[in-house]
Design a protein around this ligand. Sequence first.
Ligand code: IPD
Ligand code: CA
Ligand code: CA
Length: 261
Amino acid sequence: MRVIAIQAAQAGGEVLMQHFGRLTQIEEKHLGGLVTEADRNSEQTIVEAIRSTFPRHDVLAEENTYAAEGSPYKWIIDPLDGTTNFAHSFPWFAISIALEVEGELVLGVIYNPVSGEMFVAEKGQGAFLNDQPIKVSTVDSLEQSLLATGFPYDRKISEVNNYDHFITFQQAAQACRRPGAAALDLACVAAGRFDGYWEMKLKPWDVAAGKLLVEEAGGTVTDFKGTPCDIYGTETLASNGQIHDTMLELLSRGATATSAE
Ligand code: IPD
Ligand code: CA
Ligand code: CA
């Protein structure tokens, strides 16, 4: 399954690179950002690659609904994470593929087709970048930390928009970034590039593979209260573990909480 997931990610990556800088269809989803022919064609390629080997497995992917097969295996797929970057020819986007077995995440693959970086984690087997083991950073103070975040698509109409937390962390950390692809943000926490990352209102396909990568690289992933992260929930806090409690404390001081909505 790991081999098939990697092959599917590479095949999707080829599709994305064929469209990169040459998009002809960019549509706006209602409060859901953009969707392009690259998102749809990548998803079709990835799902075909998986289903040609595992035709009875379930699939949860961003751009289409797939009939439930009642399988214990569920593939969770974001065929293009970072569509807004992609639509502007900003080269920071990825494919994210995860596998749940009876509700437990066992495999996560995140592929950046621009850099060729392939992040892979298997439950209990560690996290890898292009076959080399990766670990979260050892930074233990927020003042020395580089953080990443993102803002929800409904930020213009919802008060639960992450602006409060952004100001808090921008003041407290060494710096905060908003790179625009949640899966890569999580992969970068796993690789020790970012020390922490938080975001709200993400979807399971944004979080699933990255959550396993961070955990297998020795990090911690919870909601904003410290409860283990539910990929179907609304809050994601990932860190190297060392700065996790400090990040939780600062998140608790925010003016808003997603649970308030
Ligand atoms: C988005 C990106 C972005 C995050 C959004 C996601 P998409 O995914 O991961 O960084 O801030 O919340 O929806 O729409 O490009 O697949
Ligand atoms: Ca996404
Ligand atoms: Ca997407």
